[in-house]
Design a protein around this ligand. Structure first.
Ligand SMILES: [Zn+2]
Length: 427
């Protein structure tokens, strides 16, 4: 993929027919953006600087700010680990709902579902070293991945005494109880195609007796920041964008699964008829954000870790090669990578085929689905690359500006890609 691929994608966008048939239009969008034309055209068009300056997507990307992103993460951590089925989780849902309303995002709604915990399995919180992978040894990870080099065991901390901050220990104290739960979402309604949407998501719940700052305050704040910027009064999009904060990700993707079960069948229906309102616009793609800050590299042989963000840190865009929409999702992944090259200020992005264990999974056989992360979920996160993962040290103060900036770059990447796909313009 050369540096000019973005130009070619935009040409593909510009030449899309503006027909009346919504179905064929959305098909045209899905196919034209995500398939052959972008790759087939000759890369001879250089973007004129004047055109770039007028690029509304670039203007919007410029409105994302590190301080604002950090402040949103900080506010989320004020609710502790936001564990599902607790008062602190419900308070976080209400706070997110109020934020979405304050951004002017339309139709702030909740999806209700019930959650009952399965019988408890033996908890484990083992951070011991496991043998270094030998040359030629194939050790498999989740999602179809393969571990490499030095790995560390991972697990969810369930011991409150490992949280040294007494105030936080108290805040995280209430255990989960079975019962009703809410996801919360809002929608930027498209001006020309309100009946179709891109879904941009992250999970609001966490666990491990920390503040769930990185997992997944960093993704939730990214979605909130995108909702804020896309809903500024001068911003229009042709297609709709839904910003969703899932609950119960950590217990097994229950909030996103409930959404798919309840709403997949409502896609594209105009309700009530004749008013141009679509409670569930047809899904064009789903993009999840889960753990966006920490890319410090492989654990060291002695079990310690690099305290600094590694300079070669990147954003990992993953699709699932075994999903029904693998081919379209792969092309969407490279479109996101290309958006990163155009709109992200610092860190690059890489595409991988092993998306797993996150809220895009329930969508992946219905629509092209991606996840964006700090690391590959299987090969890297699963191999213990992030020592804060589900641990008491997943707290705001653990992360530096170099870490937060990786999350900001992921926000720029998704804004860049979705802004182009949804057809953003400025009044
Ligand atoms: Zn997560």
């Amino acid at each position: 993929m050369g540096q000019k691929t973005g130009v070619r994608y935009r040409l593909a966008l510009a030449t899309l027919p503006e027909g009346n048939d919504m179905r064929s239009m959305s098909l045209a969008l899905a196919l034209a953006l995500l398939s052959a034309p972008g790759f087939a055209q000759s890369p001879n068009a250089n973007p004129a600087p004047a055109v770039q300056a007028a690029d509304p997507v670039a203007v919007l990307a410029g409105r994302l700010e590190l301080d604002s992103y950090k402040a949103t993460i900080k506010s989320l951590t004020d609710f502790g680990d936001r564990r599902q089925g607790t008062k602190r989780n419900r308070k976080a849902v209400a706070w997110i709902e109020a934020q979405l309303k304050s951004y002017g995002c339309s139709n702030v709604e909740r999806l209700h579902y019930k959650y009952q915990a399965p019988p408890p399995s033996r908890p484990h919180s083992d951070t011991a070293m496991v043998p270094v992978i030998a040359s030629g040894e194939v050790r498999s990870g989740v999602g179809g991945s393969r571990y490499r080099g030095i790995t560390k065991a991972t697990g969810v901390n369930t011991d409150p005494n490992r949280q040294p901050d007494e105030k936080l220990r108290t805040l995280d104290h209430e255990p989960a109880t079975d019962g009703s739960r809410d996801d919360v979402y809002c929608t930027k309604i498209g001006t020309t195609h309100p009946e179709e949407m891109y879904i941009v998501g992250a999970h609001l719940d966490g666990h491990g007796w920390g503040e769930a700052a990185n997992d997944d305050g960093s993704g939730a704040a990214l979605v909130l920041e995108l909702a804020r910027v896309f809903n500024m009064p001068d911003v229009k999009t042709g297609r709709s964008i839904r910003f969703v904060l899932w609950n119960n990700e950590e217990t097994g993707l229950n909030g996103s699964t409930a959404y798919v079960e309840q709403r997949a069948g409502l896609q594209g229906q105009e309700l009530p008829k004749g008013l141009g309102k679509y409670p569930e616009p047809r899904w064009l793609a789903m993009i999840q954000h889960d753990m966006m800050l920490w890319d410090h590299g492989m654990p060291r042989a002695d079990g310690s870790w690099n305290p600094e963000q590694r300079p070669e840190a990147d954003i990992n865009i993953e699709f699932q090669s075994t999903s029904k929409f693998a081919d379209a999702a792969m092309k969407l992944g490279f479109f996101f990578r290309d958006a990163n090259e155009k709109y992200a200020t610092d860190y690059p992005a890489a595409v991988g085929p092993h998306m797993t264990n996150t809220d895009s999974t329930p969508f992946m056989d219905l629509v092209p689905a991606l996840s964006l992360r700090e690391n590959e979920r299987g090969m890297q996160t699963g191999a213990g690359w992030n020592p804060t993962w589900h641990q008491p040290m997943d707290v705001y103060s653990m992360f530096s500006d170099k870490d937060f900036r990786l999350g900001l770059n992921a926000a720029q990447t998704t804004l860049g890609a979705v802004g182009q796909l949804a057809g953003v313009s400025l009044k």
